[in-house]
Design a protein around this ligand. Structure first.
Ligand code: NAD
Length: 447
């Protein structure tokens, strides 16, 4: 197994020079990263096409544009985020002031998945740079063109003692995890999340785990069904359903199912009918796993698949029960099972019994229903009357809860994730309050 000890030590030595803590250095680094992304925009689009057949529109909207937007937001706010913050001091501490100093952890490891291979590697990196850390980035081996291009882009832009890309698969990831890092940021599946947390525990390294799970999408009778159909179809079939926060399954009130499904079929046709421009399934293994699900329930829409081109048609499955295999694990593909409900309490109870979802979407015009769902189900985050959009706001930290993840990022959340908040009490020397000392009976004592 290759060792990355030398690389980690090199980065730690660079971190200790204090260079990465300089705000000017952080800003310049983010500007360099922005320039590198812009300069490689076309190559990135090509790589994303080779790896996943992403259209230029999708590649820009969900990967390149997302990253550029995040850099812009951080650059606009970084000067205020880095400043030590004064907080309240209790009366009992009279004479002193209380401050919080954000400080970088040191050398961070970022391990990324394949589904948005550029965005999910670079968005955490932006947080690591902003907070003043050094970073080693391990992209996914399943999207090799994007991985190689990222390695090139980073190598051209930064010295490896500051930011380095290490390409490789599981063995590489494990060799990296054998080293001691000061922070580990992982995005990927729940089982691998556990492996990461175990490795981090050996050195008590703090972690962020951005994981997955089955994200429900609930449509209640008061919903605007036509708009719901359009927004759900978009969120589900974008990137061929290979989105961690895609609506995994639909839970719809039975008296509006038929009308909704008609709108839904139309929405699919309008947005995703062109097979030529539809995103591919990442690998044959994933394709075979997904194709099995097509045997569950009845096919209401779609249902075709082609192994040679790793294409699966946007599909809707009806007559589904909780016992079907499609309901057992996260689907992560363009297949939407539809479950029906009569009473909202039934929905709450069913979801509460399952692992905490990463996202939840509710379509309803009823405020009481909205509050009931938000307050009775624990999930990472989500939307009312939309899908996916919550992650595009830099003001909303994004992350899971329970088995869908630990920690959050995006916008200021990314800066906070990669910073330790150091609490400092600055005490006066003008006087000394004696009560805390043993055997002191007098009041204020002049020094
Ligand atoms: P994965 O867990 O298989 O792999 C993620 C990364 O971990 C890759 O870089 C891989 O090389 C590495 N890895 C795999 N096995 C490992 C092991 N045993 N030890 C150490 N490293 C290992 O995930 P994936 O298939 O790339 O991505 C799909 C999953 O990621 C889905 O579950 C999805 O929900 C989740 N995801 C979550 C988010 C989020 O932001 N919460 C975003 C995208 C994807």
């Amino acid at each position: 197994m290759e060792s990355y000890k030398a690389l980690v030590e090199k980065q730690r030595a660079f971190f200790r020079t204090g260079k990465t803590k300089e705000v000017k250095f952080r800003i310049e680094s983010l500007e360099k990263l922005r320039k590198a992304v812009r300069d490689h925009e076309e190559e990135l689009m090509k790589a994303l096409y080779v790896d996943l057949h992403k259209t230029e529109f999708d590649a820009y909207a969900t990967e390149i544009g997302f990253v550029l937007h995040e850099i812009r937001f951080v650059l606009k706010n970084l000067n205020s985020w880095v400043k030590p913050r004064k907080v309240k001091t209790p009366m009992t501490h009279i004479g002193s002031t209380s401050m919080i100093y954000p400080e970088p952890y040191g050398v961070s490891l970022i391990i990324a998945p394949w589904n948005y291979p550029f965005q999910l590697a670079v968005a955490p990196l932006i947080g690591a740079i902003a907070a003043g850390n050094c970073s080693i980035l391990k992209p996914s081996e399943l999207t090799p063109s994007t991985s190689t291009l990222m390695a090139k882009l980073i190598k051209e832009t930064f010295p490896e003692e500051y930011i380095a890309v290490v390409e490789g698969a599981v063995a590489t990831s494990q060799a990296l995890l054998a080293e001691q890092f000061d922070y580990i940021f992982f995005t990927g599946s729940v089982p691998v999340g556990k492996v990461i947390m175990e490795a981090a525990a050996k050195n008590l390294t703090p972690v962020t785990l951005e994981l997955g799970g089955k994200s429900p999408c609930i449509v209640e009778k008061t919903a605007n069904l036509k708009l719901a159909a359009k927004r759900i179809a978009w969120g589900k079939y974008l990137n061929a359903g290979q989105t961690c926060i895609a609506p995994d399954y639909l839970y719809i009130q039975e008296n509006c199912k038929d009308e909704f499904l008609i709108f839904f079929k139309e929405a699919i046709k309008e947005m995703f009918a062109d097979r030529e421009t539809y995103t591919r399934i990442v690998s044959e293994r994933h394709f075979i796993r997904l194709r099995e699900f097509l045997n569950d329930g009845s096919i209401y829409a779609g249902g075709h698949a082609d192994q040679t081109s790793l294409w699966i048609e946007p599909t809707v499955l009806t007559n589904i029960t909780w016992n079907d295999s499609v309901m057992e694990e996260e689907i992560f593909g363009p297949i939407l099972p539809v479950l029906e409900f009569e009473d909202l309490d039934e929905v709450i109870q069913q979801i509460q019994e399952k692992p905490n979802p990463l996202a939840l979407y509710l379509f309803s015009e009823n405020q009481e229903v909205q509050e009931k769902i938000i307050n009775n189900i624990s999930f990472g985050g989500g939307c009312v009357n939309d899908t996916i959009y919550h992650i595009t706001s830099p003001y909303l930290p994004f992350g899971g809860v329970g088995s869908s993840g630990v920690g959050a990022y995006h916008g200021k959340g990314s800066f906070d994730t990669f910073s330790h908040e150091k609490s400092i009490l600055k005490q006066t020397t003008k006087f000394d309050i004696p009560f805390r000392y043993p055997n002191v009976k007098n009041g204020l004592k002049k020094i």
